[in-house]
Design a protein around this ligand. Structure first.
Ligand code: MEV
Length: 312
């Protein structure tokens, strides 16, 4: 039996902008999806999905998940026409739109296949395989989610729009810091939201160019801020990044409520993370007391929330 895991992630800066070749920064969270792969005598592949998830998540993603697994098997060159495989997914990562659950599962399956079929892949090949899997979930993934899921830590990621390999750099924090992630409970389709943003970008080029110009300055400052462990600056920039995401129309009432509560309670910054139009919010809450306060207030309002550290 082969086994592998993939990290969940939060995008600290640059969701959506990363699709168009702008740099983005993502951090792995301390929860993973674990995949096991077992050979079977029947042809084809079967799946047992034991991952914890917000209600509706797995059903909504199931069709895309099937395409994703086919992509992964094709990339790995595994032919199941005579002997098949059974994949089991589990682990502590709670699947919710925005936490990189699909990417975490792609990485976990790629690693499990690597283990079972002795493919000899390094992390870059695992990542390339997970990227193929991500294409099953939405046609044009930037690759940031699978990169965070594979490498962990904090990554600076820039896609090469001409099809070459992406630029991946690691950002080291002087010490880990606390965050709260909260789920709106709404599972967004990444494909639909990304397609909508693209439509707006194509229709209003000048408007989008101005936004991305502001974003580029912001993300470069953020990278330096993380290296200097200037968390006050990072919080401020997260808020500014959130405003840009509102401008491109990917926030929603529930995200605004979560961002509002977090800031009221003293979070240093709060923004939507991932696809938006539902999905998750991330709040920067250095120190256990602040983290617990924000977490408690969000839970009291009936939302699911998690306490993590980034930069571990
Ligand atoms: C989804 O987690 C992040 C998006 O930027 C899409 C992508 O990068 O592929 C919305």
């Amino acid at each position: 039996m082969g086994k592998g895991s993939g990290f969940g992630k939060v995008i600290l800066f640059g969701e959506h902008f990363v699709v168009y070749g702008f740099p983005a920064i993502a951090a792995a969270v301390g929860a993973t999806t674990i995949a096991t792969v077992r050979r079977t005598s029947e042809a084809g592949w079967t799946l047992t999905d034991n991952r914890p998830a917000v209600p509706g998540y797995k059903k909504k993603k199931y069709d895309e998940q099937k395409v994703s697994i086919d992509h992964i098997l094709r990339f790995a060159g595994i032919d199941t026409s005579e002997e098949g495989i059974h994949i089991t997914l589990g682990g502590k990562l709670v699947c919710a739109s925005g936490i990189g659950a699909s990417a975490a599962s792609c990485t976990a399956i790629a690693r499990a296949l690597n283990d079972e079929f002795k493919l000899g892949w390094d992390d870059h090949q695992v990542n390339a395989c997970a990227y193929e899997g991500e294409k099953g979930y939405h046609g044009t993934p930037s690759g940031i989610d699978n990169t965070a899921a594979t490498f962990g830590g904090i990554v600076w990621y820039k896609r090469d729009l001409s099809g070459g390999p992406p630029t991946i750099d690691t950002i080291k924090l002087k010490q880990p810091t606390d965050i709260v992630i909260a789920s709106t409970g709404i599972t967004a389709s990444t494909k639909e939201v990304v397609d909508d943003v693209r439509r707006m970008k194509d229709e209003k080029t000048k408007w989008f160019d101005q936004i991305t110009e502001d974003y580029l300055e912001l993300v470069e400052t953020a990278s330096k801020g993380l290296e200097d462990m200037d968390l006050q600056l990072i919080g401020l920039l997260m808020n500014q990044n959130h405003n840009l995401l509102i401008e491109i129309g990917v926030s929603c009432v529930e995200i605004e409520e979560l961002v509002g509560v977090s800031r009221q309670l003293g979070a240093w910054g709060a923004k939507l993370t991932g696809t938006g139009r539902g999905g998750n919010m991330v709040a920067l809450t250095p120190g256990r007391t602040l983290q617990n306060d924000v977490f408690g207030a969000i839970k009291q309002r009936g939302f699911s929330a998690w306490r993590y550290q980034i930069g571990v």
